[in-house]
Design a protein. Structure first.
Length: 104
C-alpha cells in the first residue's frame, strides 16, 4: 500500500471519528466528485443538529425555526449550531488533505 493511500485512509478515519463526536455521520465521500465530494448528515435526525451542505466549494449550515423553546432547548440548539460550525471547519481542513472514498 502506498503512503498516499495510507494517509488518505487515516485522514478519512479521523474525519469520521470527529464527525461522530459532533453528532454527525459521514454518509459518503467520493473523491472524484469536485462539486459535492462529501455528504455529512446528522446522526440523530430528531436532534437540533443542522444538516450541512457543500455546493460549489462552500459549506452551508441549514437553519430552521424551532418556534418557542425552553431555556434548556435553547442551550441544546446553541450547542448544536456550535458543533455545526466546528464540523464545517473540520470538513474544510479535511478537503485540503487526501481522503479515501467511503460509504456508510
Amino acid at each position: 500500500m502506498n503512503t498516499l493511500n495510507t494517509t488518505a485512509k487515516a485522514n478519512t478515519a479521523e474525519l469520521i471519528r470527529h464527525a461522530a463526536a459532533l453528532g454527525y455521520t459521514v454518509h459518503w465521500i467520493n473523491t472524484a466528485d469536485t462539486h459535492r465530494p462529501i455528504e455529512v448528515i446528522p446522526t440523530d435526525p430528531t436532534s437540533y443538529i443542522p444538516t450541512l451542505y457543500y455546493t460549489d466549494g462552500q459549506w452551508t449550515i441549514q437553519t430552521t425555526s424551532f418556534g418557542s423553546l425552553t431555556p434548556m432547548q435553547t442551550t441544546e440548539l446553541v450547542i448544536a449550531l456550535n458543533n455545526a460550525q466546528t464540523m464545517v471547519q473540520a470538513l474544510q481542513v479535511a478537503l485540503a488533505e487526501p481522503l479515501a472514498n467511503h460509504n456508510a
